[in-house]
Design a protein around this ligand. Structure first.
Ligand SMILES: [Mg+2]
Length: 108
């Protein structure tokens, strides 16, 4: 699935099942919420925070995928409602970073 296809599929889903898009500002809040949920599990896998007793049965790898996908979902919703072509944006971003950083990280 390309990014353009993902944007189109989400648009169809939102109109069919989601009752329409939330406002841009609501989605901005939801994006922050999903990033926080993703951070919760990444911190527990890679950081110093340990699991709560109620989290012991959670598959952390699956939780990270789920929250990362929730984050992508909201971002794609925002792109749709703002008329942004994220595939074109990503290609432009690759070009920008390549021009700016082609030599920058080779010494790391
Ligand atoms: Mg979530």
């Amino acid at each position: 699935m390309t990014i353009n296809e993902a944007q189109q599929e989400i648009d169809v889903w939102i109109k069919k099942y989601g009752g329409g898009y939330f406002s841009e500002l609501t989605n901005l809040g939801m994006l922050s919420e999903e990033v926080g949920e993703m951070a919760h599990w990444i911190i527990r896998k890679y950081g110093d925070q340990s699991l709560k007793p109620s989290e012991k049965e959670v598959n952390i790898d699956e939780a990270i995928v789920d929250e990362m996908t929730d984050t992508l979902w909201v971002l794609l919703c925002m792109a749709n409602q703002m008329g942004i072509d994220l595939e074109k944006g990503l290609l432009n971003n690759f070009n920008k970073k390549t021009l700016r950083d082609a030599e920058r990280h080779k010494k790391r």
